[in-house]
Design a protein around this ligand. Structure first.
Ligand SMILES: [Fe+2]
Length: 301
């Protein structure tokens, strides 16, 4: 990785039309914990040390509002800022102390597809972090749809120091840490959020989370299975707005020497759509939701 690089995926911000219902899902069902409330936005943490992993804003339609990355220190934030300016990426404000919950030092920008990001260092970390047997400990990855995934992949690597981990016929997986991927770019007709994934401490915690969701009336849209690229166990659901969320576990840890697999290699390694050959095809509703036509689940909770 070049030395101008982000080092972690911190959080995602959504706009949602029903703040009350959505926050009830993320707290009571998905099992995040409210940590702050400011200017009408609601902040939730997982059990890990990151100050918050989800921010909910009131908005006319549901979708991604912003994706937030972490950098090692202020010097790195400044270096990324200079790098983006050199690439003629529009950055409205220079890095500065952040006034949002968790604070830190950073700035915001948009990628060539128009999605907004923030990169920050020195965000407050929770002293009390722990692993729970049924709750996620961090935001694991975000998958973004694009009709130009090759160019977007190159941009992430060039501008932000990401590295290509694997390619399939439909997705490019890129990393900014030892996690196999923190971002993936999915081939689609346009730009939208495909899904977010939340890491559980282990398989048992993932299955306990799946059991809770099912008990509360949420159907499993895909899974339980094991992905090829990343080797992570997965189970997919739609949250109340129809946005797709994944519980994942056992994400592969990779080093600098990891050799990226090609679409042809992955096509022969997998049984059906995943490694075990256990999971049926993803539900039609989930596939629609993943490509921007959100289908909310029919469930009262
Ligand atoms: Fe995923």
């Amino acid at each position: 990785m070049n030395n101008v690089s982000i080092s972690t995926l911190r959080s995602i911000e959504y706009s949602v039309p029903d703040l009350t219902k959505t926050s009830r899902f993320y707290e009571k069902i998905w099992k995040l914990e409210p940590v702050a409330q400011e200017n009408g936005a609601l902040y939730f943490r997982a059990t890990g040390s990151e100050h918050h992993c989800v921010v909910l804003h009131m908005g006319a339609t549901a979708g991604v509002k912003k994706i937030n990355f972490g950098a090692k220190d202020k010097k790195t934030v400044d270096a990324i800022y200079q790098r983006l300016r050199g690439l003629k990426i529009h950055v409205s404000k220079a890095p500065a102390p952040l006034l949002t919950p968790g604070g830190g030092y950073g700035f915001s920008f948009r990628d060539p597809d128009g999605i907004e990001y923030e990169v920050a260092s020195d965000v407050i970390q929770h002293k009390q972090s722990y692993m729970s047997n049924d709750r996620p400990f961090k935001l694991s990855h975000v998958v973004i749809n694009s009709d130009r995934i090759s160019q977007q992949t190159e941009w992430f690597c060039d501008a932000l120091g990401f590295k290509l981990s694997d390619q399939t016929e439909i997705m490019n997986f890129i990393r900014c840490s030892s996690d196999h991927h923190s971002i993936a770019l999915a081939r689609s007709n346009g730009v939208s959020l495909n899904h977010t994934a939340w890491e559980m401490p282990d398989f048992n915690a993932l299955m306990t989370g799946v059991g809770r969701l099912r008990h509360c009336g949420f159907e499993v849209d895909w899974g339980v299975g094991r992905h090829g690229p990343g080797n992570n166990i997965f189970s997919y659901f739609r949250e109340p707005n129809g946005l797709v969320v994944e519980y994942t576990a056992e994400v592969e840890q990779v080093g600098e020497d990891y050799k990226a697999g090609t679409p042809e290699e992955w096509a022969t390694r997998r049984r059906k759509n995943e490694m075990w050959g256990n999971a049926d095809l993803p539900s039609t509703s989930m596939r629609k939701s993943m490509h921007g036509n959100l289908v909310p689940p029919k469930v009262e909770f």
